[in-house]
Design a protein around this ligand. Structure first.
Ligand code: ZN
Ligand code: ZN
Length: 168
C-alpha cells in the first residue's frame, strides 16, 4: 500500500508520525471492511473523532447508493388492503394493477407497492423507487451524512433569505 504521504505528495516531517498515520489508516480501513466497526462501536467513535476528511477515508455518499432502509422501519410500514377504486392503482415496480383485497405496502410518501416488489428494493437502498423519498437507515455514517447535508441546506436557505431581505 502506498503511504499516506506518497498519496498526498508531501514529505513526512517525522518518520514516527508517518508510521503511526499508516497504522491508523490500515486499522481504519480494516474496520470499515465488512462492517467490523459495528462490533467495536467505541473504537469506531474514536476514529470518527479524528479528521477523516484529511485522511481521505470519508465515504462519498453523493456517489454511492444509499444503504438499506432500517429493518424496524420497514417492518412498521403500514399494510393496506386494496379496496374499490384503489384497485386502479398500479404498483410502480412491476406496473401491474393491484387486485381487490390484495395487501399493499404504503410508503410514507403515500406510494403503494406489492410487498414482494418493495421489500427486496428496501433491503438494498432506502428510498422510494418512484419519488426517492428516503426512509431512515441503520447506517450511522450515512445518517450523519444526511444530518450534515440537511444542516448545510438550512444554512444555504438562511443565507438566501438574508440575501433576499437585503436586496429587495
Ligand atoms: Zn408490484
Ligand atoms: Zn414515493
Amino acid at each position: 500500500m502506498a503511504s499516506y504521504f506518497d498519496e498526498h505528495d508531501c514529505e513526512p516531517s517525522d518518520p514516527d508520525q508517518e508510521a503511526r498515520t499508516n497504522m491508523l489508516l490500515e486499522l481504519a480501513r480494516w474496520m470499515r471492511g465488512a462492517g467490523r466497526w459495528r462490533q467495536a462501536p467505541g473504537v469506531w467513535s474514536l476514529f470518527n473523532s479524528m479528521d477523516f476528511e484529511d485522511l481521505g477515508l470519508v465515504v462519498d455518499w453523493d456517489h454511492h447508493l444509499p444503504p438499506p432502509a432500517a429493518k424496524a422501519v420497514v417492518e412498521n410500514l403500514p399494510r393496506t388492503v386494496i379496496r374499490g377504486s384503489q384497485s386502479e392503482l398500479k404498483c410502480p415496480v412491476c406496473l401491474l394493477e393491484f387486485e381487490e383485497e390484495e395487501t399493499a405496502i404504503e410508503m410514507p410518501c403515500h406510494h403503494f407497492f406489492h410487498s414482494n416488489c418493495i421489500l427486496p428494493w428496501l433491503s438494498k437502498t432506502n428510498s422510494c423507487p418512484l419519488c426517492r423519498h428516503e426512509l431512515p437507515t441503520d447506517d450511522d455514517t450515512y445518517e450523519e451524512h444526511r444530518r450534515d447535508k440537511a444542516r448545510k441546506q438550512q444554512q444555504k436557505h438562511r443565507l438566501e433569505n438574508l440575501h433576499g431581505a437585503m436586496y429587495t
